[in-house]
Design a protein around this ligand. Sequence first.
Ligand code: F6P
Length: 512
Amino acid sequence: MTDRIDTAWNTLGSLPQKTLQQLFEQDGRVEALSGRIEWSSEEGSSGILFDWSKTHLSDDLLDGFETLAGACDFTSKRAALLAGEHINVTEDRAATHTAERGVGAEPAVEEAVALHARMRLLVEAIHQGALGEVNHLIHIGIGGSALGPALAVDALTRDLKLVDVHVVSNIDGVALEQAFDACDPATTMVAVASKTFTTIETMTNAQSALKWLADNGVSDPSGRVVALTASPEKAVEWGVDETRILPFAESVGGRYSIWSSIGFPVALAVGWDEFEAMLAGARAVDEHFRDNDGRDNLCLRAAFADQYYTRLRGCQTRAVFAYDERLGLFPDYLQQLEMESNGKRVLTDGSPVTGPTAPITWGGVGTDAQHAVFQLLHQGTHLIPVDFIASIAPGDALDPAHHAILLTNCFAQGAALMAGGNMAGDGKDPARAFPGDRPSATMLCDDLDATTLGALIAFHEHRVFANAVLMGINPFDQFGVELGKKMAKDIEAGGAEFDASTTALLAKAGLG
Ligand code: F6P
């Protein structure tokens, strides 16, 4: 198999590189490299257009990457993922996030359905006032237990907010104090979201939130806590009543957990139907991912381009710009999904990788980013593939000029990156010259609602998985975060020896 993989990479590396302009000389390029994932609801059919035509993918490259996917056993690895096999080999676990959306092995789907039913009961009981007046939720979690909720709550609560949600992740007390300032303790609930229920930031913040409730006249602070966790026994030990513990499966990874009870703040903020709509959007992508092969599989096609830029063109970063204020947190969310999943240095068998793994994901919101970082994209010395995300339907009710300017800017950036040109009249001023031939992909949503958000997130989950298969790595563990945590504990415990710089810093801060 390794031979076949090496051969496939050698073939890919030997293909002539064409410029985007040359590639666009071929008729039908846009149609060939654009595809939609669609779903239908009571309002009709809707979807997202994935236009990868402004990347350097050519027919030859697509053929070569399809051969690589074959050599990497992509179809059987995808089948293993969906069948609930223990593909997370280092932790000997399955990765069952798709089962949360109803796609996967029957036992995992059944478990997810039962846990969702339990979550729905609690969400609806709170909405109906069974736990008294609840106007605010302080959701405490970090990493995958915070980034998904923060993104979804921010994206979906612009027009509808049944409960005011504040996501707090940082151990820096400033973050928690900010949430306290915005909430009335008499009508506030606290969600403690932690897969392991041991994360120091989360448990410390949760303790302080309980104290804040008690200090502010709440007679039974523990009665205001909901635990979202894959370790329910730890939540019980910590003092949460079993009726307010919403478990999720151990096989759902932290950064893949927005679909599980970690999505509780989303359901509380926008209602159960909207949460289910998010799951439905993800399911539409799961089905697309399961049922399409080669270049017709849009998640795999995106991974082909990702691998091309990272391995064959040496790109060290990929930028993502959401031309939609509601997706302001999407780049943050993607950073964990992509970098924690695929920022690895060994293959699944433990041997060292022979090429680069995940690039650095970064990005921001358009049009703001145009006035800050796009200079480097257009004229800098780094080649940076860019993803644009936008919605045809506006999120605002102001003069349509706002949305028209937003979208035209988005499309103009992609066109300018590709075409290049010279801003000087005579074309002779090098400082005003744009080399062009810089790639971008565009994800154009019909609308940005809960279903679309679910679809966008699931698309990226599968894109990450497809990249991992093509690189031969395990995207579902994250041992790289452990060493720093251990050292922090050692410092706290005292007595451990550190390098001279760290020792001096600790002494300076009065911690040595
Ligand atoms: O430190 C990294 C990490 O383990 C992430 O993978 C995870 O999402 C985050 O910490 C939070 O973990 P937990 O949900 O167990 O508190």
